[in-house]
Design a protein around this ligand. Structure first.
Ligand SMILES: [Zn+2]
Length: 248
């Protein structure tokens, strides 16, 4: 990202960039799924161009704390990720990119890149909710949702519902409260209510009731836990970074 662009960007240019970004997101299939009739495969070249464009347009925030948080989150989510793992050998290794932007969004590319904006991290209340966002994107990566694009809106919606339900499952199997998924969804400012994901989480709650009393409660992630401490440091780091690039 060239910081000069940030400095001179005017509100109109800013909203133009937002529109372009969201069009690109729609095209590359943030909301994407395995292929069906009418789907178009996104070529590696076009994915690469999108990634280069994003990294030129938006400043990437790189810091050892971010890598550590992502690594720890992946380790913590591993049992859940295994539960939805695809047999498809083409599944890519997820990699996190945090970009400096006032947009509130997260999305993934076909090559396993997961993009989260600094604003979204700033608004994320806890490490549990952060992991819900990552789990949602991991579902897109595993099911190669971004490798296919469709003009059919309902097909795109199906992909989102799948990723939301998968996120709840990943959290549940990893012994993290799946309600964090619903909190994460509210951060996306969705225009639709994901009734399927809600129903799915209620089913998980019902299933929990049949377990012993000790297992009925999800252990809350306390502020003393390494993930939460790390997440708070990252949120502080990212918000400082966004403010300084905004004021330049
Ligand atoms: Zn999604």
């Amino acid at each position: 990202m060239k910081s000069n662009n940030l400095r001179t960007r005017r509100p109109v240019a800013r909203s133009l960039v937002s529109i372009i970004l969201f069009s690109v997101l729609l095209l590359i299939g943030t909301y994407g799924c395995s292929s069906s009739v009418g789907d178009i495969e996104v070529s590696d070249e076009s994915q690469h161009r999108t990634k280069v464009w994003l990294l030129e347009r938006y400043q990437q925030i790189e810091h050892p704390l971010l890598s550590e948080l992502f690594q720890r989150s992946l380790e913590r989510l591993e049992p859940g990720v295994q539960s939805i793992a695809s047999q498809d050998k083409r599944t890519k290794e997820p990699r996190l990119y945090v970009i400096s932007s006032d947009e509130i969004t997260a999305f993934s590319l076909c090559d396993g890149s997961i993009f989260v904006t600094s604003k979204m991290i700033e608004l994320t209340p806890s490490s549990e909710v952060f992991m819900a966002i990552i789990a949602h994107e991991i579902s897109h990566v595993i099911h190669q949702h971004a490798c296919w694009t469709s003009e059919d809106k309902s097909a795109e919606l199906t992909k989102e519902i799948k990723a939301d339900s998968d996120a709840a499952r990943i959290l549940y199997v990893s012994y993290i409260n799946p309600h964090a998924t619903l909190q994460a969804l509210s951060l996306y400012y969705r225009k639709f209510i994901n009734a399927d994901a809600k129903k799915f989480i209620i089913t998980l709650d019902e299933r929990k009731k049949s377990l012993s009393r000790e297992l009925q409660q999800y252990p809350p992630i306390s502020s003393r836990m390494p993930e939460e401490r790390l997440f708070r440091k990252v949120r502080h780091l990212v918000s400082g970074f966004t403010k300084s690039s905004r004021n330049r």
